[in-house]
Design a protein around this ligand. Sequence first.
Ligand SMILES: Cc1cc2nc3c(=O)[nH]c(=O)nc-3n(C[C@H](O)[C@H](O)[C@H](O)COP(=O)(O)OP(=O)(O)OC[C@H]3O[C@@H](n4cnc5c(N)ncnc54)[C@H](O)[C@@H]3O)c2cc1C
Length: 287
Amino acid sequence: MIPAAFAYFRPTNVKEALTLLDQYKDEAKLLAGGHSLIPLMKLRLAQPRYVIDLGRVRELEYIRESGDQVLIGAMTRHVAVETSDLLRQRCPLLAETASVIGDAQVRNMGTIGGSLAHADPAADYPAAILALDAEMRAVSSQGERWIRAEDFFVDMLTTALQPGELLVEIKVPALPPRTGTAYVKVAQKASGFALCGVAVVLTMDQQGVCQHAAVGITGVAPKAYRARAVEQALRGQKLDASVMAAASAKAAEGIDPLEDLHASAEYRAHLARVFCRRALEQAHARI
Ligand SMILES: Cc1cc2nc3c(=O)[nH]c(=O)nc-3n(C[C@H](O)[C@H](O)[C@H](O)COP(=O)(O)OP(=O)(O)OC[C@H]3O[C@@H](n4cnc5c(N)ncnc54)[C@H](O)[C@@H]3O)c2cc1C
């Protein structure tokens, strides 16, 4: 349980971090909250020769409003997302999602950027990030680019971030009126990771017809996904219990569910359908 030897760097700004990343390339790993990387290093599943600790890069810790968007620095801890008044008012889905990550120790150390860059198939944020159509800003010594949520999660533990790129910022929309959101999950008992987590964003018009529906599901497949068939079944409909139940039946359509010691593929698909219905009902009731 002792990691392989590594050289340790503690930059104080993004520029310094990028210089180090450029210098050591694939042999370097960024360290954020350390709640995923350190266990991997202790098990020697990751053996970086150089560790670049972002803990002192304070410019990456913020939550602020910009027009009709909320911007979140990558080094913002889960607890700051959970307790942010701005997010609770403008984008409550993200605060709700952060509130059910692991336990208090995990939420005090873990960061939103670390969680997204790690892309654990059972992590909570990816469901919400997908449902919100969030965008991620990545910078490197070559420049910067924005990556849409649907392009960001590529596969299990794999994102669109390239070697030498640093995730610096996450942009989520401030939600419009007559919008309800919910994140519900069934947690693996020991760790709290999601066996299934469903994030929903619903916007209705004044007549009670669904104008926008977005459903992100994590824990079920090798990467979090948008349940497009569910969304299609909701859009343009007046939502009642039977419409939401019928739509939820499509929550695992086209998905090849994960199977491991925690849950069979069949059980995960079942959880996706049941928790999709619960998330839809909760989001609808909150409008
Ligand atoms: C006991 C326990 C329970 C947990 N339960 C849950 C849970 O219920 N739900 C959940 O979602 N998560 C859970 N987690 C994971 C937790 O949320 C982690 O904090 C998170 O997955 C990783 O974030 P971190 O800041 O710790 O990143 P680190 O572990 O420091 O880094 C993770 C990876 O991301 C890379 N990285 C970090 N920051 C950046 C960046 N800015 N740009 C590019 N790459 C970067 C690192 O190089 C590394 O490869 C749990 C963890 C533990 C230990």
